[in-house]
Design a protein around this ligand. Sequence first.
Ligand SMILES: Cc1cc2nc3c(=O)[nH]c(=O)nc-3n(C[C@H](O)[C@H](O)[C@H](O)COP(=O)(O)OP(=O)(O)OC[C@H]3O[C@@H](n4cnc5c(N)ncnc54)[C@H](O)[C@@H]3O)c2cc1C
Length: 380
Amino acid sequence: MPTSKISPYDVIIIGAGINGCCSAYTLSQAGLNVALIDQEGIAAGGSGAAGAFISPKISKSGELKEIMEIAHAESLHFYTTYFPNFTLVKPLLHIANSPKEGEKVESFKHETHIKHSNIPHKIQTLLSDEALNMPSIYFDIGAVVDAQGVCGAMVEGIDFYPIKVENLIQTDGLWQVGELRAKHLVLAIGAYPKLLPIDYVGLRGIWGHRIDSETSTHIPCILHHHVSISPTTKEGIVAIGATHDVHYSPFSGEVYDMEQGRAGLLEKASKTLKLNNINILKDYTGLRSGSNDYLPMLGNLVNAEATLEKYPHLRHGQAVEASEFVYYPNLTMINGSGGYGFVLAPYLSKRLAELLVEGEELNPILSPSRFFPRWAKRQS
Ligand SMILES: Cc1cc2nc3c(=O)[nH]c(=O)nc-3n(C[C@H](O)[C@H](O)[C@H](O)COP(=O)(O)OP(=O)(O)OC[C@H]3O[C@@H](n4cnc5c(N)ncnc54)[C@H](O)[C@@H]3O)c2cc1C
């Protein structure tokens, strides 16, 4: 292999979505020398399409709720403190979109520490009867960020390389991508093909479509119902979105029907309130990358082949401690944030920095290796 003229970095990050950009920002703030790679550009994948609401996840108590509440508080602080020019703070009204979700909203209301109050009268007058009659929660503080703007701002001054990575090589203790080398590699590639034989990592792409539009209806707060309807950081522009389509994949070769997507969004928005004189300005589409258990992923990746060779009886359900698995050295995956990538990225990036800079352990609940034993059992 030819010797590279470029000095090794501390970290190479593959993927310049919100996870890659926020990690690049946080790691470089922590003093590491970072190279960021993307095949398309900054926020060109799912992140560029995001409505990028910093909203609490309405979920029942448990690990997911605890992590999401911490992440939500940390991200509100993060964006308003470090990227205020790309962050719009507004109250947030979450309205249940089904009786089942209504139950979740009611129990969340009783358990959450996040400040909420009654819906102000002027907002009530805007809402449809359907929206008014469903359980809802009105948070005094919510936020929406400019997805592409904030990603661009995060990586200012960081070395960016427009490369499509085909494979990953590690030689002499350094990861190598083209001319670039680094001790640590961070894989932040969202719902794109995985680059390593890690079929056990349970990820699914969830296609989404949202639109920016003008309307003469004044939207005083962020609304989440069947879709979100919200003011944005751009004066006079209202974001409407997004769809959740688990069947369509841009990798299938099938063409996405934009007109049908727009019609679906406007029809859903009309269930919340009446939008007058609407003029669609721009469409955004992309893939979210969701984990099978809804928890995000942050951690090392198990080398499946080497681990099965070491513990062949994993195929028959042998219980082996996760610490005994064979891992790809100095390689961390950050992924699986589903529809909450912008909420989770500051939280995940902070823990990544604690790992790489201070050697702190990551929360095993978030480890992608949690999916490995079950997958291994199916390999017999
Ligand atoms: C329509 C829509 C609305 C959303 N709304 C919200 C919201 O309101 N709030 C919120 O918090 N989240 C929202 N999300 C979710 C959020 O956008 C995702 O969780 C987030 O984008 C995940 O970011 P990521 O960095 O993991 O992946 P991505 O943004 O998909 O980035 C992955 C990057 O990796 C690059 N890449 C992949 N493979 C390679 C390779 N081999 N070589 C080089 N580069 C590679 C890709 O080009 C891509 O840029 C929304 C998503 C969508 C699609």
